[in-house]
Design a protein. Sequence first.
Length: 68
Amino acid sequence: MANGQERDRIQPGMKVGIVKKEHQRTGEITEGIVDRLLTKSSFHSHGIKVRLTNGAIGRVKVIQEEET
C-alpha cells in the first residue's frame, strides 16, 4: 500500500481509499475505483484529488492496488 501524494502513481481503474472533504476531521476512508484525476499538479501534500466511479470526490490517502 502506498500514499496518494504523487499523481504518477494513480491511474483510472485503480482501487484507492480517499478522504472526502466532509470527513477531513475524522479521517474516515471511503474506498472505491478511480474514475478521474482532478488534481493537475504532479504532487500534492494532502493527496491527489480524484473522483471515484460512484461519484465521491476526495483526496487519495491509500493506494490499495498499484499497477506494475
